[in-house]
Design a protein around this ligand. Structure first.
Ligand code: BG6
Ligand code: MG
Length: 217
């Protein structure tokens, strides 16, 4: 397979916002008298805001209005935390890899389920390194559906089979495969083992090494 574009998930791949999501959901849970632990938070990785709320509520019934209000409240807490982020919040190896891809003249896009993706990119000061940003504001089904990745391939003008997805969530790897793309998984095999190549993180890895691996597939 020849890679012509890298499609990067954002949260958990280029920066670790999962702790900030956790703190914001925990604050909401405490206000609502719901127990919410770090382990509970793991199930929310890569999952949409609405689905995250459903998991947090653990079967507790709420009206649509209440659900909307809770999501808004949590998002307010989350945005407050994101505003404190700086470029130092980029994960090790992230900047090196995206600069290398840019240097090689390949396309790259951000493909995130988050409606806050642009805010996070601004805080990290890396927005201008990407050819396209497809986020949770796109009118599309979220991961594990392939829609966001297909939109990104169209946006960068690269055929689906020449796009490589970089993901930290199981739902993201599933979405890549559903789009007919291959994936580089970041994190434990229990989570991203379905990806064709798995690294613990981007640290100490190069884009050239990834290109060479996928060329043989
Ligand atoms: C994903 C995160 O990128 O975006 C999830 O991994 C999050 O944890 C989802 O729930 C939606 O994010 P937001 O910022 O729109 O609430
Ligand atoms: Mg992610």
């Amino acid at each position: 397979m020849i890679i012509k574009a890298f499609l990067f998930d954002l949260d958990g791949v280029l920066t670790d916002t999962s702790e900030l999501h956790f703190l914001a959901w925990k604050r909401l849970a405490e206000e609502e008298g719901i127990l919410f632990t770090r382990e509970d938070n793991e199930a929310l990785r890569g999952v949409s805001r609405r689905e995250s709320l459903n998991l947090l509520l653990k079967g507790r019934q709420v009206s649509e209005e209440q659900a909307y209000e809770m999501m808004e409240r949590k998002n307010g807490y989350y945005v407050e935390l994101v505003r404190q982020m700086t470029p130092a919040n980029l994960l090790p190896g992230a900047r090196e890899m995206i600069e290398e891809i840019r240097h090689l003249g390949l396309k790259q896009a951000i493909v995130s389920s988050s409606k806050n993706a642009w805010l996070v990119l601004e805080r990290l000061q890396i927005g201008e390194l990407f050819d396209a940003v497809i986020d949770g504001n796109a009118r599309a089904r979220s991961k594990p559906h392939p829609d966001l990745f297909i939109l990104a391939a169209q946006a960068v003008g690269v055929p689906l089979q020449n796009c490589l997805v970089v993901e930290d969530a199981q739902a993201g790897v599933e979405a890549a495969h559903a789009a007919g793309m291959k994936a580089l998984g970041l994190g434990p095999r229990e989570r991203v083992g379905a990806a064709e190549l798995v690294f613990p993180s981007l640290e100490s890895h190069t884009a050239r090494e990834v290109l060479a691996f996928f060329e043989k597939l």
